[in-house]
Design a protein around this ligand. Structure first.
Ligand SMILES: Nc1ncnc2c1ncn2[C@@H]1O[C@H](COP(=O)(O)OP(=O)(O)OP(=O)(O)O)[C@@H](O)[C@H]1O
Length: 873
């Protein structure tokens, strides 16, 4: 057995080998050590190899999925080695023959299909990155839904595209990995390196034609060599991991960079599109706007947010669909029906890989029957084009639906091997076998009663297990009686356990054979029915995928419509101009968070409309905490929402198509890669200045703050000039360098805006209102006070600030000025006690007790005297 193990393991050096032994998957040697630690299970040993103990650990087959999930999440790949014959079959080949085993599947993060291993509302992409003669292409597939795409991409955009797709697994060759290592590790992507032959473009052509059963791929589009190579690698890897069982992939679709709004990975992170800064879905734009009720609808929304469009007709068509979702009077009825739609895509893919079960058949049936209901509700009226197309895909499945309806019970069991999912009346032979089997069971019950009476042992039971089959069981106290004459003539002893004795009888054995035969027969028939139903479903797979997409499209239109209605969003005007006018815009995520604590969000306008060939940049100054970052982000998000076809959180918006969004918001260290905060900021700024075109939207938040004041100011100054004159972008530039506001007077298309605050009694009150003009100061000290800095530090900071500002006005050098400052005043001021003195609190209590409305003038006067006295004390 060990020889067999080692032979199989040698073929999968990079994966853990799950080696099937009866009801367990066992792991040996280093695999066992690694898995025991990762799974937190006991490490034992079994036998010896080269004189050394063999480490071993194992997981029960019935619970294997949970363990697989943990291992995959921890970055392992698992080769599942199954027994390909029964021990009895093996024995026929000789007493010492080892049961045949082989790997039936390599489980990797990008090739999962199990419901429990996948996140329902997220895609699970397997991607391949290829390079042929300096041309690059990415191909990606989600085998759990069948989506399959390819895209040629310039080398500089690879990082951005991978960030958009966020694949669970990326395939490359050694050479590609070497040249892209820095970009990939920046994104936290560690590729699976596979052989260069998987990327061979000629082999890819043959492989793809074979997969789709066509002579030429021309019918799907024309693909370049590098595109073929990337697609071929995906398919070859699927072939390797699925051991020749290829998933149901849809024909490949080409995606073109120029049709999508380009968003680089830093911007994606900063805007928290599908993930918030802390890595989860909660707190992201996606989480706040997702009102879909099906998993496929949610996945469609994720796809849209990750890649907003730049095609006007498509955006308008999507807007129409959302408008329909908002206005239709039957929205609630439709959403109710959609809620009952199971995940058709994922069931289809499991059936395609022969990894499905009766519940997947039922899922297809339930989805089709809901689709029919929805189709009937929608069929007779006029709809926007997108919805009409979607409705069209819902019908035409009557024959399949009727077949599934008549063949399946309402709620089938999980496992095929348990049987019991075919409806009575569907197959006469099955009904007959089941009748025999069930009658047998009734006879057993009768037999138990008879034996109990004949033996006088009332507690006697007839039971069943997989080792003994049917047997008669009594407690050990009756053993002697049962095993002596006359009872021993009927009851044949089989087994004695700690508390029980087990018997059989000739009659019981005969009955068992009858029941077993009938049961087996029933199961065999059910398996045949399963295969027929599965084939019928797979024969309609392309139409079913379209139906799934149609349902998702309707769900998404209703979801975004619901959002627009419930949050009072409006339909933006999107065209090819260079307009950018947002009235009373809001930040959807911040607004959502504030509304939960009952606080209002202050809406703000934004006008970045640019002249034909010019730029339009607003310089935003204002105190800390006033809402500058929120304002910057909200305008970027509104554009993004507009270009996915959604309504936007504003009372009106007019947006000329944006080609790229860039944002530099907030700073983060990348110490692991030896980059300081300032370095990260400069790398990102460089990317913007080198790439932004005149249809880009750029939002920069406090650029240059990570270095000395004058260095930072100069960099910010030059950056702004470059964006205005060379890139000619529409943009927002938040800064604390008030010196920059002078540029508004000199540079065309640059204007100032500020977020207003009120100062009251030395404290700032944030109004969060953006208005024209420049701020005169940052109120940093006041904000620091709000944050709870000790009073002594605050008052010292105030005097330093006053002196510095005075110095600037008098043109004194800061050095001389600082020399003049009372350097030790902070140290000499004793920190103010944080706790009120006894007299203070007495005074406070007295004040609290007074009720002026209920006092006579005399009482009031008296109280005044008392307060005075207390204050003296
Ligand atoms: N328009 C608004 N309406 C209501 N509350 C707002 C608004 N904008 C911002 N806020 C609140 O103010 C807080 C601070 O906002 P933000 O981080 O945008 O300030 P900032 O000006 O960028 O600050 P800093 O300069 O310190 O980075 C937010 O967390 C939010 O709770």
């Amino acid at each position: 057995m060990m020889a067999q193990y080692l032979e199989i393991k040698a073929q999968y050096p990079d994966a853990l080998l799950f080696y099937r032994m009866g009801d367990f998957y066992e792991m040996f040697f280093d695999d066992a050590v690694a898995a025991a630690e990762a799974l937190d299970i006991a490490l034992t040993k079994r036998g010896k190899h080269d004189g050394e103990d063999i480490p071993m650990c194992g997981v029960p087959v019935h619970a294997a999925e949970g363990y697989l999930l943990t291992l995959i999440r921890k970055g392992f790949r698992v080769a599942v080695g199954e027994q390909l014959e029964s021990p009895e079959e093996a024995k026929k080949r000789g007493y010492k023959a080892v049961v045949k085993r082989d790997v039936v599947r390599l489980v990797t993060p990008g090739t999962l299909t199990e419901e429990s291993l996948l996140e329902a509302r997220r895609h699970n992409y397997l991607a391949a990155l290829s390079c042929v003669r300096d041309e690059w292409a990415l191909s990606w597939a989600d085998i759990s839904t069948g989506a399959f795409q390819v895209m040629s991409v310039g080398q500089s955009r690879i990082g951005a595209e991978i960030a958009r797709l966020a694949p669970s697994e990326l395939l490359t060759t050694e050479a590609v990995d070497e040249s892209m290592r820095e970009v990939l590790s920046d994104l936290g992507v560690y590729p699976s390196i596979i052989g260069a032959s998987s990327f061979d473009s000629t082999a890819a052509d043959t492989r793809l034609c074979g997969l789709f059963g066509v002579k030429s791929l021309a019918g799907f589009g024309s693909f370049s060599r590098v595109e073929l190579s990337a697609m071929g690698a995906v398919v070859d890897y699927l072939d390797i991991t699925q051991k020749g069982r290829l998933p149901l992939l849809q024909p490949p679709k080409t995606e073109t960079v120029s049709r999508l709004m380009q968003i680089d990975s830093a911007t994606r992170r900063n805007l928290e599109l599908t993930q918030s800064m802390n890595g989860g879905r909660a707190g992201s734009l996606l989480a706040v706007i997702d009102k879909t009720v099906t998993a496929a609808g949610a996945r469609l929304l994720e796809r849209r947010i990750s890649s907003p469009s730049r095609e006007l007709t498509l955006i308008h068509a999507r807007q129409e669909a959302v408008q329909w979702g908002l206005e239709t009077s039957i929205a609630d009825q439709l959403r109710d029906a959609l809620r009952r739609v199971p995940d058709l895509d994922r069931s289809l893919s499991r059936l395609g890989l022969d990894r499905g079960g009766p519940r997947d058949l039922a899922a297809v049936r339930n989805a089709l029957s809901q689709a029919e209901t929805i189709c009937e509700t929608l069929d007779n009226t006029q709809h926007p084009e997108l919805i009409t197309d979607a409705v069209g895909s819902l019908s035409g499945h009557d024959t399949l639906l009727e077949l599934l309806d008549s063949a399946l019970v309402a709620e089938p069991p999980l496992m095929l091997r348990d049987g019991g999912f075919v409806a009575p009346g569907y197959d006469p032979a099955l009904d007959e076998a089941r009748r025999l089997r069930d009658e047998g069971r009734a006879v057993i019950a009768q037999m138990q009663a008879d034996y109990a009476e004949a033996s006088g042992v009332q507690s006697l039971k007839i039971k069943h297990n997989n080792v003994l089959g049917y047997f008669i069981e009594t407690t050990a106290t009756h053993a002697e009686k049962m095993m002596s004459a006359p009872l021993s003539e009927t009851f044949i002893h089989r087994q004695t356990t700690a508390n029980q004795v087990r018997f059989t009888t000739v009659e019981l054995s005969e009955l068992e054979t009858r029941i077993l035969n009938a049961g087996n027969e029933a199961l065999e028939i059910e398996k045949r029915v399963y295969d027929t139903l599965k084939s019928a479903i797979l024969a309609s797979a392309p139409a079913l995928s379209l139906c799934a997409l149609g349902l998702a499209e309707i769900d998404l239109a209703l979801g975004l419509g619901h959002l627009a209605r419930s949050r009072d969003w409006s339909k933006p005007k999107v065209d090819t101009s260079r307009a950018f006018r947002i009235e009373r815009g809001r930040h959807p995520v911040v607004e959502d968070a504030l509304s939960r604590s009952g606080e209002p969000f202050i809406a703000n306008d934004c006008d970045l409309t640019a002249a034909d060939k010019g730029a339009s940049v607003t310089l935003l100054t204002g105190p800390n905490m006033a809402g500058k970052s929120t304002y910057l982000r909200q305008n970027a998000l509104i554009v993004l929402l507009a270009q996915i076809g959604s309504f936007v959180p504003a009372s009106a918006a007019h947006i000329g198509l944006v080609s790229q969004i860039f944002s530099r918001v907030g700073a983060s260290d990348d110490l692991a890669r030896g980059r300081s905060t300032f370095m990260v900021e400069m790398v990102e700024t460089a990317a913007i200045l080198n790439q932004a075109d005149d249809h880009a939207l750029v939002i920069l938040d406090e650029i240059g703050r990570g270095t000395a004041t004058y260095d930072g100011l100069s960099i910010a100054w030059a950056t702004l000039e470059h964006l205005q004159s060379v890139n000619r972008v529409r943009g927002l530039f938040a800064t604390h360098y008030h010196e920059l506001t002078q540029l508004a007077g000199t540079l065309d298309g640059v204007k100032n805006a500020t977020v207003s605050v009120k100062e009251f009694d030395g404290e700032v009150i944030f109004l969060h209102e953006v208005r024209d003009g420049a701020a005169d100061r940052s109120y940093g000290v006041q904000v620091a006070q709000l944050a709870g800095l000790p009073k002594a530090v605050i008052s010292r900071a105030r005097s330093v600030l006053d002196a510095l500002e005075q110095g600037e006005r008098d043109r004194t050098s800061p050095k001389a000025l600082i020399d003049d400052l009372p350097l030790f005043s902070a140290a000499s001021t004793a920190p103010e006690p944080a706790v009120l003195s006894a007299a203070d609190s007495e005074l406070q209590d007295k004040l609290d007790e007074l009720l002026p409305d209920e006092m006579t003038p005399r009482e009031a006067l008296q109280a005044l005297y008392e307060l005075k006295a207390l204050q003296k004390k």
